[in-house]
Write a protein that binds this ligand. Sequence first.
Ligand code: KG4
Ligand code: ZN
Length: 419
Amino acid sequence: MKIIGIETSCDETAVCLIEASGTFGADFRFKVLGNALLSQIAVHAPYGGVFPNLARREHTRNLVPLLDQVFEQAHSPRGLTSGVNLSRLSKILEREPELFERLQLFLDTHARPDIDAIAVTHGPGLEPALWVGVNFAKALSLAWDVPIVPVNHLEGHIAMAAMEIRQGEQHSNILENVGMSGALYSFEFPAIALLISGGHTELDLVERWPAFKTIGETRDDAVGEAFDKVARMMGLPYPGGPEISRLAARARIIADQTQIVADRNLRKSASNLRTSASLPRPMIHDLNFDFSFSGLKTAVLRLITDRTLTEEEKLALAREFEEAAADVIVHKTIRAVEEYGAQTVLVGGGVSANAHIKSHLKKALDEIGIALLYPPAGFETDNALMIALAGYFHAANKEFTDPATLHANGNLRLGLFNI
Ligand code: KG4
Ligand code: ZN
């Protein structure tokens, strides 16, 4: 089956075409036929965060060029998609007139593709941004007469963690992954899914695929959001997660290489800042699976208010913040594994790109003999491959939706339609 994935939930516009076969097990195989992504980081960076209406505008502009790129990569035939009901098409895209114009031109130059289903993220995320992808999927469904599978963005992140690349290199540049193929890792249920991103921090019990039960979540900020906010307070660019982890890694290298001197300096700067292991680990000992990161952020704010940090102090603070976040995440995940007798941990979301959290988690899970699965490098953050993959398993079961009743849901939760 050939299935196209569309992702517009936040600040990445992405389209991916895969060919896949089998069930959620050893017989599953996929191949990437076309894959394109445009990040809006540069657009939002001056504002220090994602602006929903700006994201919406960018998705509207970018979707057709990305689809074009994917078709080019997949050698989809040029020609004309005839017989499209243009008045129905313009009605579907009445709130995205620019997208309608571009799509009309595209349909005039591309033949109806050999595609069996369209998978689209319908939540959670920024609702104005989600709507663009959902309406685009509806328009393509009408033009090509192909059914739609709505996909939960979080399910996409979890599916991505379960995928093993078998052929073709994985590149951090997502455009270079055309031709890459893969399968599912062999792993056992029950699994615990750990979702750590800019919008979510949650633990889910996965009893089988795709049956999810959320067992804990953040009560305030998501961990990625806390990374971004702390980075902003420290004068670092958006998105802050990679910036903080870069500084923290440097602090560790300095500490390792010139141990005595660096240790003394770091300890000095830490005590200047009153941060020698002094940031809180919120809710770490609470007997539940919930998180809270806004207190951690406020603790950083209290430390740095009314002072200019030296480079050394920035390194020490980044390291301590990253370690505080990692400690809580690892502790709660292990508790969930033990409570539910999980055999596997699947990690997803942008913060899974954080090397420190990953190595801590790996060490803790190795000690108790539990498997840890992470997305392939470059596929931690939002992309459309994960949506095509998660959508495939629903499409294989013919779980299609009526386009007339499909809508975006910014607060969509895992499990709502799955159990
Ligand atoms: O999954 P994602 O692309 O978008 C959401 O669905 O939120 O995650 C983006 C988040 C941002 O908050 C970003 O700062 C964070 O992932 N992130 C990181 C790292 N790389 C990305 N956080 C910590 N360490 C990283 N290396
Ligand atoms: Zn995401």
